[in-house]
Design a protein around this ligand. Structure first.
Ligand SMILES: *[C@@H]1O[C@H](CO)[C@@H](O)[C@H](O)[C@H]1NC(C)=O
Ligand SMILES: *[C@@H]1O[C@H](CO)[C@@H](O)[C@H](O)[C@H]1NC(C)=O
Ligand SMILES: *[C@@H]1O[C@H](CO)[C@@H](O)[C@H](O)[C@H]1NC(C)=O
Length: 293
């Protein structure tokens, strides 16, 4: 049996100390490559892949009402990306190339589906209804938590499906991960794993994400960062399975969600049913780290 389950969660080792900081780069940190010659299409199973340049009309229509800033409160704004105004030339797409850093495959260490990793904590909301979902979307606040060597902090939405004990998962959000990116900026981050969570990979290091936009790329840094108790910047993220019909938006039913928390006093989630807008809202955070456990 295959079923898609929704997971919305975050990983953190530290507390949320938002700090506004915008680093300007002199040169773009990406390389433009021919859209038909991008890394993912070199994978044997994507050799004859038909690139889908835009989402289907049904998906676009469904998302249109969600993506405007009207969904935000007065003191909230959309987080912009720190990327050049001008994207790649026609027919080419940007592929992230961090400066002075080797961008290498790195496993996603999760505690939500296995043993705990000391000092690593997760807090999230999970859909527990047995009916399959074909997508997920959310507004996520963009922060820049302080992390030390070997640490990372992420806020993600995710979909997973389990089939014959194989876990197929897609995650999408932001990550502050010096081990992955070589700096401390919150960056647009995806993760995909075909069978076990630890077997996956990030962004286009994964031969699975096909880049179609000529400007925004996976790994791009955000330029507006929320400040605790101050300005709030949000980003809208969506993951959708390609479907043409029989597809509709539903809000999460607050009676049909579960929490994924390993140690509540280190890193907790606070569910706010219908807070501010018509949608489900939750906050998460805490001191994280070893936190006396
Ligand atoms: C990246 O890897 C190459 C090849 O292993 C090495 O020569 C280079 O020094 C590395 N660069 C950095 C910044 O680590
Ligand atoms: C968790 O740890 C136990 C005991 O060390 C081990 O037997 C088990 O295989 C581990 N599970 C996973 C998913 O790694
Ligand atoms: C977001 O960041 C951009 C680039 O630094 C800046 O021009 C813009 O004013 C910022 N937006 C807000 C609302 O502060």
């Amino acid at each position: 049996m295959t079923s898609l389950l929704l997971l919305i969660f975050s990983f953190s080792l530290i507390c949320f100390h938002g700090k506004s900081q915008s680093v300007k780069y002199q040169e773009p940190e990406f390389e433009c490559v021919d859209i038909y010659n991008q890394p993912s299409l070199h994978h044997p199973r994507l050799q004859n892949h038909q690139i889908q340049k835009t989402p289907s009309d049904e998906v676009l229509a469904m998302l249109s009402r969600e993506t405007t800033s009207q969904n935000l409160l007065n003191d909230e704004a959309i987080a912009e990306f720190d990327i050049p105004e001008k994207g790649c030339p026609k027919g080419q797409v940007p592929i992230h190339k961090p400066r002075n850093f080797n961008y290498t495959a790195k496993p996603f260490h999760s505690i939500s589906n296995g043993n705990r990793t000391i000092g690593q904590h997760v807090a999230g909301i999970r859909k527990i209804e047995a009916i399959p979902w074909r997508g997920a979307s959310a507004w996520i606040s963009v922060y820049q938590p302080k992390v030390h060597k070997g640490q990372f902090s992420m806020a993600l939405i995710g979909l997973k499906t389990e089939n014959n004990c194989k876990l197929n998962t897609i995650q999408f959000g932001w990550a502050v991960d010096p081990g992955l990116y070589g700096d401390n900026l919150p960056r647009l981050t995806t993760y995909w794993s075909p069978n076990k969570l630890h077997d996956g990979c990030f962004n286009v290091l994964c031969k699975g994400f096909v880049q179609v936009d000529k400007r925004l790329f996976l790994g791009a840094p955000f330029s507006n960062i929320s400040v605790l108790g101050g300005a709030q910047f949000h980003t809208f993220l969506a993951i959708n399975q390609y479907v043409t019909t029989d597809y509709k938006n539903v809000d999460i039913d607050s009676n049909k969600v579960g929490e994924d928390i390993d140690i509540r006093k280190c890193y907790n989630v606070n569910y706010l049913d219908n807070f501010g807008t018509n949608q489900q809202t939750f906050t998460f955070g805490g001191p994280g780290g070893l936190c006396d456990v």
